[in-house]
Design a protein around this ligand. Sequence first.
Ligand code: PLP
Length: 386
Amino acid sequence: AYFDHSATTPVDERVIEAMLPYFKQTYGNPSSVHHWGQEAEAALTEARELVAMLLDCEPASVTFTSGASESNNLALTGLALKRLRTGANELICTPVEHPSVLNAMRWLEIEHGFNLKLLPVDKYGQIDPSDLQHALSERTALVSVIYANNEVGSIHPIPDLAALCHQAGVPFHTDATQATNYLPLSIPELQVDLLSLGAHKFYGPKGIGLLYVRPGLKLEPLLHGGSQEHGLRPGTENLALIIGLAEALKIAFSEREVEAARLGPMRDQIIRLVEHEVPRSRLTGHPIQRLPHHASFAFQDIESNALLAALDVQGFACSAGSACKVGDPEPSRVLSAMGLDRSWSLGSLRVSLGRGTTESQINRFCDVLPSIVERIRIVSGKLNST
Ligand code: PLP
């Protein structure tokens, strides 16, 4: 059973079908004058219009990138460097951002002299909007707050946070990568100025994402070259992957409610099991304001890698919290920011369900998890620790 949909999802068959003609027939360069080029350009325009229709924004505000990491870097670096020229030299984000946000912010701090303010998070990994309000100043260049957290699934109230930023005249970015499948994504409702997505989290191909940029907001490009993507992201457009992203987004939007309603109870079954049957365990992230496919836990005196290996042997692919942490012996930065000490934060487990998940998989998982945790504690001599 594949329970790691927050790391990546399989590409939907319908998405593969939609992409194939753009490898085989319509392979022209959208910048070429001949009819192969014109056909490719028409398909590119159509895909951009479809995405814009789904997000309820202007097609010109959609820039295709290589994925959410690039979108985050482009949004933050691109805007911060422009805003620095106006004297705005402060950045605000949270300690529970994805590394592609946090490390871009840190780079801006080290290389360009920005002052980075990290807002505190509570035990659920959520910020208090009044902390954001107090941190904002006339020197704030931008704010970035993750929509739904990849490790613990907690959701932030993006429209409220964006409204606070706008009252202070500060642009607001959100990394919506984990939210795309399950949460509202209308730009007018979210009120964001910048928003990042990556297609492989919503059953699209890897290597393609997008950045929404509010019309009128000027960014410095990361790369320099041709005038593709409104001059913001040079290089010949990867048309097949762009078509795949648009198709995957359309399907995700049309199936969102049904999938959320199907997966929510299965997620709750796992949460209930852990709460009742696994000693010295706790749910990480918010119990209610969380993604419907996402259950995450910390087990005291358990090593995540031992747990993941034992689950793998039983046929379950889960993760410790984030795919980017593979091989990293340090406790999760996100869990530490939420106040968990080392004896807990080294034992994290993320179970992220998806379109292929069935009730019988969940039942089997619930049958084996408590005994696996117990066995690992016995083997490591930690069964009776407190
Ligand atoms: N942002 C979040 C919240 C993520 O979960 C991920 C992927 O794990 C990314 C950004 C990076 O996405 P990509 O692999 O498309 O660069």
